[in-house]
Ligand binder design. Structure first.
Ligand code: HEC
Length: 127
């Protein structure tokens, strides 16, 4: 009459083991590592003029994870955006703004060429 109880206990134990070992099939890009966060805080474009632009505009958000901006050096995050819209599409986003990013990314005198170079810099993998 009580044979059902051990069977239930076995099932529960099995369910726990399965839950504990599941590696997951989630294909979402991984969150930025500590190395990327550290790189984003310090990296600068090699070109001095671009570095000055980057420091006073893009870096204020693209080095701070909480802003929701793709981080400088977080190559997978940038790759996904480049694949979705192309580099020209990203330049257009910088010009018009996107959600929390203001138009021109706080660089009113930036040209499309500047944006292109800044995006390429930010999309380069952290080292
Ligand atoms: C005030 C904060 C802020 C500043 C300053 C800023 N960005 Fe952004 N940027 C963001 C945020 C937030 C996103 C993510 C927007 C989203 O996908 O919702 C973003 C996304 C982007 C994207 C991806 C757009 C897309 O279509 O996926 C590009 C390109 C970009 N920024 C370029 C720049 C450049 C270049 C500069 C400097 C000239 C800059 N940003 C300055 C906040 C900022």
């Amino acid at each position: 009459m009580r044979r059902g109880i051990p069977a239930t206990a076995m099932l529960l134990a099995a369910a726990c083991v399965r839950g504990g070992t599941g590696a997951g099939d989630n294909a979402a890009p991984p969150p930025p590592s500590g190395a990327v966060l550290a790189y984003a805080e310090t990296a600068l474009p090699a070109d001095a003029r671009l570095a000055a632009i980057y420091e006073r505009s893009c870096r204020n958000c693209h080095s701070v994870r909480e802003t929701g901006a793709p981080l400088t050096g977080d190559a997978p995050a940038w790759r996904a955006r480049i694949e979705a819209k192309g580099l020209d599409g990203l330049v257009a986003s910088a010009r018009t703004g996107l959600n929390a990013m203001p138009p021109m990314g706080l660089c009113p005198d930036c040209t499309d060429e500047d944006f292109r170079a800044l995006i390429e810099f930010m999309a380069t993998e952290a080292k």
